[in-house]
Write a protein that binds this ligand. Structure first.
Ligand SMILES: *Cc1c(COP(=O)(O)O)cnc(C)c1O
Length: 417
C-alpha cells in the first residue's frame, strides 16, 4: 500500500521482494551477532564464519557444487566482471578470445567491451534465433586456438529464454575451454547441476531470489578442471584470494536462506508461477488481436511474459498502468521493452537481436511474475491491460487503417518519398 492506492508488483526480473523468512534469518546478524567472519580470536568471529559457511552449503546445494567453491561478492554485476576479467587475466598466455552472445546482460556485454577497448580480449558475439536461443553448433564453430572462455547466460532477463546450457557446456569441455554462465535469472527458479551441465563458473545474486540486494555469488569450479582467476580487488585476501573485503554476513545469511527456500519449493513454485503466467497470456490473447510473444514459447522462465502490442507505444501503456493516469485502479509495475538512454528512447537490444523491428519493439511489455503474485492480481492486470490497449488503439489512426485493410508497409514506403 502506498498513498492509499493499491499496487501490484509484476516486475520480478528487475528485483524481487524479500521473503519474510529470509529477513528473519538475517536479523540477528545485524545486531547481537555482528562479528567479522575473518576474526579468528573470539566467538563473535567464529559464529559469523559458521553462518557464512552454512550459507555456502545452502548455495552450493542448489547448483550441485561444493561449499568451498562459493565466492561471496556484491552482486551479479561484480560476479560477471570477476569471472570474465579474472579468467582472461589469469589465462592471458593461453589466449584472449571470449565467446558470448548479443542478448547477454550489460554486466557481461560491457565487461567484454571494456576488455576489447583495452586490447585485453577478442570477443565473438554470437547471434540468437527468433526465439532468443543460441545454436550450440555456432559455439563449436566459434572456438579457436586462442579461446579461453565461453560466457552464455542461463536464462534471459527480458524475454525469459532458457539457453541450451548442457549442450554448450559439453562443447566447451570437449574443446578444453572454460564455461561461465550468468545464471542470475535461472538460479533458484530452474534446476541447475554444474557437473551435468559442464559449468565452470556461475554468477548469481540475492535480490532476484527473494533475498537481499547488494550480495551475490561467483561459484568457481575447484576440480575437473580447477579454475583459476586473478582477483580484481586487492586487500586482505578473503575468499581464497579471489575477492578481498570483509564479508557482508547478514546478506550472505540471507542468500543462503533464500537458496534453501528456493531449493525446497522450486518445483511447486515453478508450476504455480507458470500457471499464473499462462493464465495472464491466455486472457490477453483471448481479448486482443495483434499481440506477439517475444522469446521462446516453452523454453522460458516460468514467470516471464514478454509481449508486443502492435500499434501501441509501450511507454504510453506503462503510464496508463503504473498509475500516472487518473482513476482509482491499482498501480501496476511492469517494464517496457525500451530503455531511456540519454534523450532518445532506444528499443531493447535484446528484442532487436531477435529480429523484432523497431516499431514492434517499442510496443513491448515485460510481465515478470513471482512468488508473491496471486491469481486475483493476474486477473486485475489482464483486465487493465485489455482496457488500456483497447483505449490506446481507439486513438490510433494506424490501427484503424490496418483494420480497414490498408497495407501499412506500402503506406509508409509511400510516405517516406
Ligand atoms: C539482475 C541481473 C544482473 C545484475 O545483478 P546485480 O546483482 O543487480 O548486479 C546480471 N545479470 C542478469 C541476467 C540479471 O538479471
Amino acid at each position: 500500500m502506498s498513498g492509499g492506492r493499491r499496487r501490484i508488483y509484476m516486475d520480478n526480473h528487475a528485483t524481487t521482494p524479500m521473503d519474510p523468512r529470509v529477513l528473519e534469518a538475517m536479523m540477528p546478524w545485524f545486531t547481537e551477532r555482528f562479528g567479522n567472519a575473518a576474526s579468528r580470536n573470539h566467538a563473535f568471529g567464529w559464529e559469523a564464519e559458521e553462518a557464512v559457511d552454512r550459507a555456502r552449503e545452502q548455495v552450493a546445494r542448489l547448483i550441485g557444487g561444493k561449499a568451498k567453491e562459493v565466492v561471496w561478492l556484491s552482486g551479479a554485476t561484480e560476479s560477471d566482471n570477476l569471472a570474465i576479467k579474472g579468467v582472461l587475466e589469469f589465462y592471458k598466455d593461453k589466449g584472449r578470445h571470449v565467446i558470448t552472445a548479443t542478448t547477454e546482460h550489460k554486466a557481461v556485454l560491457d565487461t567484454c567491451k571494456a576488455l576489447e577497448r583495452k586490447g585485453l580480449a577478442r570477443v565473438t558475439y554470437l547471434p540468437v534465433d527468433r526465439t532468443g536461443r543460441i545454436d550450440p553448433e555456432q559455439v563449436r564453430q566459434a572456438i579457436a586456438d586462442d579461446t579461453v572462455l565461453v560466457s552464455i547466460m542461463f536464462a534471459n532477463n527480458e524475454i525469459g529464454t532458457i539457453q541450451p546450457i548442457a549442450e554448450i557446456g559439453r562443447i566447451a569441455k570437449e574443446r578444453g575451454v572454460l564455461f561461465h554462465t550468468d545464471a542470475t535469472q535461472g538460479f533458484g527458479k530452474l534446476p541447475i547441476d554444474v557437473d551435468a551441465m559442464g559449468i565452470d563458473l556461475l554468477s548469481a545474486t540475492g535480490h532476484k531470489i527473494y533475498g537481499p540486494k547488494g550480495c551475490g555469488v561467483l561459484w568457481v569450479r575447484s576440480r575437473g578442471p580447477r579454475v583459476r582467476l586473478t582477483a580484481q580487488m586487492d586487500g586482505g585476501g578473503h575468499e581464497r584470494g579471489m575477492r578481498s573485503g570483509t564479508l557482508n554476513v547478514p546478506g550472505i545469511v540471507g542468500i543462503g536462506a533464500a537458496a534453501e527456500i528456493a531449493r525446497a519449493e522450486m518445483a511447486a513454485e515453478a508450476a504455480r508461477v507458470g500457471a499464473m503466467r499462462d493464465r495472464l497470456q491466455a486472457k490477453l490473447e483471448a481479448e486482443l488481436d495483434e499481440i506477439y510473444l517475444n522469446g521462446h514459447p516453452t523454453e522460458r522462465l516460468p514467470g516471464n511474459l514478454n509481449l508486443s502490442f502492435a500499434y501501441i507505444e509501450g511507454e504510453s501503456m506503462l503510464m496508463g498502468l503504473n498509475g500516472s493516469s487518473k482513476g482509482d485502479h491499482p498501480a501496476i509495475a511492469v517494464s517496457s521493452g525500451s530503455a531511456c538512454t540519454s534523450a532518445t528512447l532506444e528499443p531493447s537490444y535484446v528484442l532487436k537481436a531477435l529480429g523484432v523491428g523497431d516499431e514492434l519493439a517499442h510496443t513491448s511489455i515485460r510481465f515478470g511474475l513471482g512468488r508473491f503474485n496471486t491469481n486475483e492480481e493476474v486477473d486485475q492486470v489482464a483486465d487493465r491491460v485489455i482496457s488500456e490497449v483497447k483505449r490506446l488503439r481507439d486513438l490510433s489512426p494506424l490501427y484503424e487503417m490496418a483494420k480497414e485493410g490498408v497495407d501499412l508497409k506500402t503506406y509508409f514506403a509511400g510516405a517516406s518519398h
